[in-house]
Write a protein that binds this ligand. Structure first.
Ligand code: PRP
Length: 172
């Protein structure tokens, strides 16, 4: 384990089990619907590809990249890579690795909602509710986490540690 990782919060096994649960639940909820998974780059990619493998339905996957204007940007976000797919009339599930303030999702939901999907919901692996400023309805949450800086399974510290198979607290 890297020296900077102070503790493990969720092991690889715990993550796998939870992602499998979420996949089952989504498979039930979206039966006979036109599911589009929208993974928000870059953090959610690991979660998205694992989750998709546990969803037993025909689905499509698309990717959206955004950039925020710094720490205090309060939701000033822009799309740097847009979806390829037209989501009108489809059931869109936005996949996030973590929700903090909610500003990113507020912007994304407003933008994607304007494209007339049939439904638009959110599935996040981690919910760090202590940092929430904007109230966002999260349909699926993998785990709630305390207000600590976590890395691994997609989450980074200065672009490092995304490839750790577990989620841990980083103490640089
Ligand atoms: C993280 C996360 C969300 C956003 C949540 O992305 O993936 O998109 O922050 O924060 P908020 O709720 O306060 O808006 P980050 O900017 O770290 O980019 P990354 O996914 O490329 O690591």
């Amino acid at each position: 384990m890297p020296d900077e990782i102070a503790e493990i919060v969720f092991t690889e096994e715990q993550i796998r089990a939870r992602v499998q649960d979420l996949g089952r639940q989504i498979s039930d909820d979206y039966k006979d619907r036109r599911l589009v998974l929208v993974s928000i780059l870059r953090g959610s990619v690991f979660f998205a590809t694992d989750l998709a493998r546990h969803i037993d339905l025909p689905l499509s996957m698309d990717f959206l990249s955004i950039s925020s204007y710094g720490e205090d940007s309060e939701g000033v976000v822009r799309i740097t890579k847009d979806l390829e797919e037209n989501i009108a009339g489809k059931d869109v599930l936005v996949l996030e690795d973590i929700v903090d303030t909610g500003f990113t999702l507020k912007y994304l939901l407003r933008t994607l909602g304007g494209r007339n999907p049939k439904s638009l919901e959110v599935c996040t692996l981690l919910d760090r509710r202590a940092r929430r400023i904007i109230d966002i309805d999260l349909k699926y949450v993998g785990f709630e986490i305390p207000d600590k800086f976590v890395v691994g399974y997609g989450l980074d510290y200065r672009q490092r540690y995304r490839n750790l198979p577990f989620i841990g607290v980083v103490q640089p």
